[in-house]
Unconditional design. Structure first.
Length: 335
């Protein structure tokens, strides 16, 4: 049977802190659609994590969270600037355009998933014309699709340039816990000028749940109606919120991510194949030909070939040192 331990951090079970919080929330009656006491407590925990006053909503998937967030920042005849390999550009089946009723995407290059500041200058300098979708928002990802982590200064430079042109800013934090565990200061996000943030739950060790954090209060008006129309205003909202209580109040959100990051470093240190990108969070990307990848699959381990041709090994909170060493022995045998 194939092993999916390193295929994605989505393949891992939910962490006990998250599941215990769901069980605790499953008591008595509560109001619906996110107006309940559990959702309020979880929202307070998110605000404390970020040290910011913000509106907080809990939704079912990262794709929906990103798409709804971008739709709030753009009109249908406008566009979002993002890295060309960002999840919103490559893995969401046109969801931003669908939820945004036609909004476009402008993909930019940059090493290891980080937007090159020089590349950002070109679309920002383009004059508005009626024959193309001019940018209205910048979407950033931390940690990036290649497991690298923007520093506060790197994000500040990109956001400053976007804000100077009047763009809104979205931060995709599907792996924000891993970025935090790598040293990124979550309390800097609001100060940097991010307007709307997505905090990943599923990849951080929770069952399906993500958080949309709205810093720009002008975006709050009728946002719940947008969620409802998008099928993202769950009636029993407390069960989407509860995992964040368990993970944030216990500190497991960052602690579990720190373990995942450490497992990635352990795997990178034992890796017989050349690394394709710096190992800064919980991902290890390597250069591996098709024959070697086929041998890996034949040995029972599954790993993806990624957008740039490298092969990705993703470490989750549940990966153990023993499993890392077992995989490393297999890689040594097929290298």
């Amino acid at each position: 049977m194939a092993r999916y331990d390193f295929a994605s951090d989505n393949t891992a079970p939910a962490a006990p802190e998250a599941m215990e919080a769901i069980v605790a929330a499953n008591s008595g009656f509560a109001s619906g659609y996110g107006t309940d006491h559990v959702s309020a407590r979880a929202a307070d925990a998110v605000r404390a994590l970020l040290d910011a006053d913000a509106e907080v909503r809990f939704v079912a998937s990262g794709t929906a969270a990103n798409a709804v967030a971008l739709a709030a920042l753009c009109r249908p005849f406008e566009a979002v600037i993002a890295h060309e390999h960002a999840h919103v550009c490559t893995d969401e089946t046109g969801a931003p355009g669908f939820f945004g009723h036609g909004l476009g995407l402008i993909g930019l290059p940059g090493a290891s998933g980080r937007i090159d500041p020089a590349a950002l200058a070109a679309p920002l300098a383009q004059p508005d014309v009626s024959h193309r979708q001019s940018p209205a928002a910048l979407s950033l990802t931390n940690a990036t699709e290649y497991g690298t982590v923007y520093s506060q200064d790197q994000l500040a430079a990109l956001i400053r340039a976007a804000k100077a042109k009047g763009l809104g800013v979205h931060l995709d934090g599907a792996r924000l816990a891993n970025a935090a565990a790598a040293g990124f200061d979550l309390k800097s996000i609001a100060r940097l000028g991010v307007d709307i943030l997505v905090i990943g739950g599923a990849k951080a060790g929770m069952p399906p749940t993500e958080t949309v954090v709205i810093f720009d209060r002008a975006l709050v008006r009728r946002f719940d109606a947008r969620l409802k129309q998008s099928g993202q205003l769950p009636s029993k909202g407390r069960f989407y919120a509860a995992p964040f209580i368990g993970m944030l109040e216990s500190g497991a959100f960052t602690a579990r991510a720190a373990h995942a990051n450490a497992m990635a470093r352990r795997l990178a240190a034992a890796m017989p194949f050349p690394l394709a990108h710096p190992v800064e969070a919980n991902a290890v990307f390597v250069r591996m030909d098709d024959e070697a990848l086929a041998r890996l699959h034949a040995a029972g381990w599954f790993a993806y070939r990624f957008l740039d041709g490298s092969v990705r090994f993703m470490c989750s909170w549940a990966v153990t040192p023993e499993t890392v060493d077992e995989l490393a022995q297999t890689l040594d045998a097929i290298a």
